[in-house]
Design a binder for this molecule. Structure first.
Ligand code: ADP
Ligand code: ZN
Length: 706
């Protein structure tokens, strides 16, 4: 095909099946297509790939995409091939013959994109080939790998300096989701991007809901979270710190009836690869992993990421949680954290062999992580602030927003705790200190003579668990420290004094020991209301994927399936309007899904969820009240009520306040459309220039259809 004639928007719509560019995509693409260099900083799931894929298709020649991981390349290439784009990769996973065939395609100019690992790119042979080839651009994906600051440093990446020296006239676009200052500077230096435009997109992931709970029994709490959030059948990742824990947690989850697979560096290579593969290619698998799992996991429908142990830094936490919800649908990031985590990580740090300066950096990172856990205000604000962004309003989609945390003036109890540390000689662990504060007469306390000190028994106003929480917060905030030697004794720090002297007041979290139940309705996933249809579509997708040995989400994302359920396209034309359906996928898959949709007519009775809303409406509650109470969007309640209108359970006039005349006008407009097009309300919406919302139109249409 001659792509230079096509505009970027044509390609987005016809090949990728998306209506509009997101954020800065259009600007970035335009910039690169016209031959400029760019540095793109965008969060995971932000849509980085299209920023180089579309220029690769438009610009003459082959685009060379440098990527650090085999899995990542395979995923991208598989997805591109599904869109009918001419892409291939060269890496050590190919047989000699396969590699030769790719090389041939390359020489014949039959490729628009070639993915390659840096070490392969750097071979004399390949560089010499590039000297003679027609190259569209160089894209350096996961560009943070060339920084020693980052967590994924790859020495081979630093050699990419060659690109600017040897091919100065070819545009370079570097992309990453890690944006701290030193990393960014390293990228600019190595890739000679001093003159390049830098595109920074907000790092916010609004569809991810953040939770941090105080750990008492991590596994139980995990299970409780999975159940209350309705994660049965969802894909998810559970992170643990050690291999042993990974194994134990995976086995335990399986025993509880969940499908979980372990992943860590100690597993046999084949088993590990197989587990990862199953996670990618099957539905509803939980991977229990050490942090080694994740980079290159492009799976778009990971619905939750859970941490059973505390990550070392907010960067790591944000990257790991960022693997949830790349498709933009609601997803959860959940973490259990407790005193033991703090003690262990501090101990790791203090006993590490690193340079003092490195240690200082790491200590600072850990402190930020702990600060985040101890938050009593909006978590997203703190997270974004850490990455240099300012979120003006609390987000409404994190635990502290959904269920505000009570705080109390903890100055006095903090003083008691610190002075107890001091009076006992800074030689004891938290359990012992709590026993002293509570005035317990156990043998050890008696033997050590601590029944006679001034802090013995002065802390009866708090229960044991509450004291534990106070110590945890003091340690997390650096008002106390756990010793280096590893016996767990708690010491004072330089900061302790100001609290002891009453020079500063401390606000502490009141941790609620009772089991929290989620405030969010399990049915936030409204797309699952039609569960049977959803499952049918999902199994069709799995069947198509298996036949080609590719992951299901490269056939269609969950969001596309969701649209199928809500929009019920019944013709190819309607199907082509779904987000994520380009020409190639339309030809290959649409009919199979349309057949299922047609076999599964709209139920004449209303769904359970709708019935609840309709009932509440009939009881006199307003739409806003119902939405609030059910934690659903108002638009969802309108959808429910429209079902009620269609089923003659409620009257249109009770739901919307329009004159007879206005209603007639809308109906006339609807009737002008062929019946199958009445399903998409867009033409009517546009005809009135957006004067009537989709909610209103939906209700009028329901009245027409009844
Ligand atoms: P990143 O590489 O930044 O993590 P991806 O490039 O994988 O993100 O994109 C994340 C998801 O968003 C993919 O499923 C992709 O198909 C989708 N996407 C990207 N751009 C658009 C767009 N303009 N409209 C709709 N979906 C998009
Ligand atoms: Zn919030």
């Amino acid at each position: 095909m001659n792509n230079s004639q096509l505009s970027a928007l044509d390609i987005l719509q016809n090949i990728f099946g998306y209506q509009n560019f997101r954020g800065q995509q259009a600007d970035i693409i335009e910039h690169v297509v016209t031959g400029n260099n760019a540095l793109v900083l965008m969060p995971t799931g932000g849509g980085k790939s299209l920023c180089y894929q579309i220029p690769a298709i438009i610009r003459p020649g082959v685009a060379i995409i440098i990527s650090p991981l085999i899995a990542l390349m395979q995923d991208q290439v598989t997805a591109l091939q599904q869109y009918g784009v001419r892409a291939a990769y060269l890496n050590s996973s190919l047989t000699l013959e396969q590699a030769r065939s790719v090389s041939n395609q390359l020489r014949q100019g039959e490729l628009d994109l070639l993915y390659i690992a840096p070490e392969r790119l750097m071979t004399t042979r390949f560089l010499e080939f590039l000297d003679t080839a027609n190259i569209a651009l160089f894209a350096i994906d996961e560009a943070h790998c060339l920084s020693q600051w980052g967590h994924d440093f790859r020495p081979e990446y630093t050699q990419l300096s060659v690109l600017a020296q040897r091919f100065p006239q070819i545009p370079r676009i570097a992309l990453t989701a890690t944006a701290d200052e030193p990393t960014r500077n390293d990228i600019i230096k190595h890739l000679a991007l001093e003159q390049a435009e830098v595109f920074i997109t907000s790092f916010d992931r609004p569809n991810i809901c953040y939770y941090v709970v105080q750990k008492d029994n991590g596994r139980r709490q995990l299970l409780n979270f999975l159940e209350t959030e309705g994660h049965k059948g969802d894909a998810g990742i559970v992170y643990c710190l050690s291999r042993k824990r990974v194994e134990a947690v995976a086995a335990w989850l399986n025993k509880q009836g969940w499908l979980a697979l372990p992943y860590h560096a100690g597993l046999d290579n084949n088993i590990r690869a197989n587990n990862q593969n199953r996670f990618l290619r099957e539905e509803g698998i939980i991977i229990v992993a050490t942090i080694a799992f994740g980079m290159g996991i492009d799976k778009s429908n990971v619905r939750f990421v859970a941490h059973l142990d505390l990550p070392k830094s907010l960067e790591a936490y944000y990257q790991e949680t960022g693997r949830a919800g790349r498709d933009g649908l609601p997803a959860n990031a959940w973490m259990a954290y407790g005193l033991q985590d703090v003690i262990m990580l501090r101990r790791f740090l203090d006993s590490s062999e690193a340079h003092e300066q490195q240690k200082r950096i790491e200590r600072h990172k850990l402190d930020s992580m702990l600060g985040y856990c101890e938050m009593s205000s909006c978590r997203r604000q703190v997270l974004l602030n850490y990455f240099g962004e300012n979120l003006a309003k609390a987000c409404g989609n994190c635990d502290t927003c959904l269920e505000p945390v009570a705080t109390f003036d903890g100055t006095e109890v903090a003083q008691k705790a610190l002075s107890c540390i001091y009076r006992t000689g800074q030689r004891f662990g938290v359990n012992y200190l709590i026993d002293v504060l509570l005035g317990r007469n156990n043998d050890r306390i008696i033997k050590l003579g601590h029944t006679n000190i001034s802090t013995f028994g002065i802390g009866k106003e708090l229960k044991e668990g509450e004291w534990r929480s106070v110590f945890r917060q003091l340690i997390a905030m650096n008002f106390a420290n756990v010793d280096v030697e590893g016996f767990g004794s708690v010491e004072l720090t330089d900061n302790s004094r100001s609290v002891l002297r009453g020079e500063m007041r401390l606000n502490l979290r009141k941790d609620i020991a009772t089991k929290k139940t989620s405030k969010k309705d399990n049915k936030t996933k409204t797309f699952q209301t039609d569960k049977i249809l959803w499952e049918k579509l999902r199994s069709k997708r799995l069947e198509l994927a298996k036949a080609q040995d590719v992951p299901p989400y490269v056939i269609f994302h969950d969001s596309t399936l969701e649209e199928m359920v809500s929009k019920r396209p019944s013709s190819l034309k309607e199907f082509s309007l779904l987000s994520g359906v380009g020409k190639s996928k339309l030809e290959r898959y649409a009919q199979a899904f349309i057949d299922i949709l047609n076999e599964h007519p709209l139920s004449s009775t209303t769904s359970d969820s709708a019935a609840i809303s309709i009932d509440a409406f009939q009881q006199g509650q307003s739409i806003e009240e119902i939405a609030e109470e059910r934690a659903l969007k108002a638009s969802t309640i309108y959808q429910h009520l429209s079902e009620g209108i269609e089923a003659r359970q409620i009257e249109l006039a009770d739901v919307i306040k329009l004159t007879e005349e206005e209603i007639k006008e809308i109906k006339d407009n609807l009737l002008e459309l062929p019946t199958e097009e009445q399903h998409t309300l867009k033409p009517v919406f546009d005809a009135f220039d957006g004067e009537y919302s989709y909610e209103i139109l939906k209700c009028v249409r329901a009245n027409l259809w009844r």
